[in-house]
Design a protein around this ligand. Sequence first.
Ligand code: GLA
Length: 391
Amino acid sequence: MHDPEALRSLHSARFHADPEVFAAPGRVNLIGEHTDYAEGFVMPAAIDFATLAGISPRSDGKIVIYSENYESERVFEAVELPTAASQHWSDYPLGVLAILAGEGHRIPGFSLSLWGDVPLGSGLSSSAALEVSTMLAVTSLLGVTYPGPGMARLCQRVENEFVGASSGIMDQFISANGVKDHALLLDCRDLSFRLAPIPSSVTLVIANSMVKHAVTGGEYTSRRAEVEEAAAVIGRHRPEVRFLRDATMEDLANYGAEMSANALKRARHVITENIRTVAAADALVSHDFAELGRLMAEAHRSYSQDFEASCEECDAMVELAQGLPGLIGARLTGGGFGGCTVNLVRAEHAAAFAEILGDRYAGKIGIVPQIHICHASGGASRVAARIQPVR
Ligand code: GLA
């Protein structure tokens, strides 16, 4: 994560005001893909890449938002904020303001500077980190506190209602509520969760295929529609099933013929993935790494073949990791169609694992991947208070 003091200096030099600084992490999902909007289970961990947001009040009624990543500044009147997205990086912070305004908050003038190191478009939730850090900064300025789960819901609404992405709750939830050295088995129905400690002997090696993915793109949305189609078919026979969380393989055997071929395959992924995710949390808690690795391998197969959300490069990245010393399990993580694989690797082998995997991938695909050795980090928080003037 970037140094909060560096953001503070940047903000002070630009806006001549001392900011409060907040950080929100990106995430990696160990298992449980496209299950969140089916009210199922996911098991993400926050990672040590984050977006920092520095905020200070202004008295001229303006909202000035500066992104160091894009080296770009936008200026708005607080009383005349945009109410629709414009396919610009500022949609995320503006979406936060629109949702807060809709909740009845009067948004005052402020300066906001943003700086993140979550790789963009890589399936590591750079957008959730941006939303959650902005949400924390602005609510702090307003003097209101939302509990972590409530804040995650508001940030999900930024995606769904303002940005126009039909994503579930996972990314915003883990960014707001992550716990250092732990993955969270999250029940996306009621947002209750169980902590699964990641022992210090195990490292998260995140391998970026360098193939960009987009949650706003058509594929994510069409997969979600197919999942919902399958739930609707089963619901015609068993009205208590409104989401695939409540469906079983027996339902697919009984009613699968009434679904499109795609909906049937997507449903098979989601139903089996929910079972795998709960089992994976048990395996992690009981240090049964052989079982955890087996479940991750099965999850990747299901994600690639039934959900058809992988790509040639990501399949290769998973394949090339097999048999490398220290590997516990590998699979494509996140929304799919590119992005990163997550590899659970024994700590003493992590550096060599990363190097060999990178070489193998570059040799096979012809693209040099970025490979990061990460740790499960804590969720969003204030990282630097405003320096109080000396009286
Ligand atoms: C994206 C979405 C999440 C989730 C994952 C797939 O990251 O934002 O809500 O659906 O894809 O598991």
